[in-house]
Write a protein that binds this ligand. Sequence first.
Ligand SMILES: Nc1ncnc2c1ncn2[C@@H]1O[C@H](COP(=O)(O)OP(=O)(O)OP(=O)(O)O)[C@@H](O)[C@H]1O
Length: 314
Amino acid sequence: MGVEICVEGLTKSFGHQVIWQDVSLTLPAGEVSVMLGPSGTGKSVFLKTLVGLLKPDRGCVKVAGRDITRLREHDLYEVRKLFGVLFQDGALFGSMNLYDNIAFPLREHTRKSESQIRRIVLEKMDMVGLIGSEGKLPGEISGGMRKRAGLARALVLDPEIILFDEPDSGLDPVRVAYLNQLIVDLNAQIDATFLIVTHDIASARQVPDNIGLLFRRELVMFGPREQLLTSDEPVVRQFLNGRMQGPIGMAEEKDAAQVEQELARLGDMDRKARHVGNDMTPRLLPSPGITRPPRWEAIARRESELHRKEAADA
Ligand SMILES: Nc1ncnc2c1ncn2[C@@H]1O[C@H](COP(=O)(O)OP(=O)(O)OP(=O)(O)O)[C@@H](O)[C@H]1O
């Protein structure tokens, strides 16, 4: 039913380059969280550290209560079975058809018979809308289909946690919308804990329960979606609104005086935009017919409360 991941005081560097330090957050069991941050802030390194592919310098990563940074290779191998990972390009084997790619983890990690494997592979291919494409090679299909095949492969061992590394990169906006719906539906169906690294602000606004933002080697903020969407923190507002004015520069951080000037100029416009309630993007709901997990009732209550408050303030 999804497990909690609790990160405490996590620091990672390569040589003298500190990637991020003292990162603490909890990914609640069964919820969807998104990690944002400018390019190069170490989001992929964070995912790899969660799954134990990289060792942090300090801190711990507790997966279902076990600190994976201290496990021996054999135990780590067992814990990794709780994870499904969707890599950026789907990471499919180019010479294998989709069926064999998706069956691969089952053949590697389980003793299931070929008929059991067939049932599972076809079930997962059905979930991601790939039935009929079993015999296709990764090179013969579109980027969106490759992502969905990677997702089906990440699902075959029934993971408790799924990590998505930029699932929307390289996809057109319509394919991104379909993929987001698929992610929300899957989460409602399998109830695993999801963490998504993305640059796509529209997805980050609509899909998750929680949002985090990495910047300047730190986790600036991590919390419920509505908390970040309505935050006054300049980096958070700049990133979630995808604008140039704010602390994030083209290549480097900007100096404080310039940031202050930009934010002052932006002030009025921003206040007006907030007044009409532009901050709270509606949440993407599971498709009709999909039973929603109990937390959706709490979400609906929280969000309607917020809308009432916004309407009263307006
Ligand atoms: N194995 C490694 N050895 C040394 N440096 C690394 C290694 N992996 C990543 N880095 C460095 O860590 C930094 C963060 O990289 P990472 O790919 O995690 O960033 P990111 O936030 O995911 O970026 P993007 O959004 O562009 O994908 C980069 O400077 C990268 O060069």
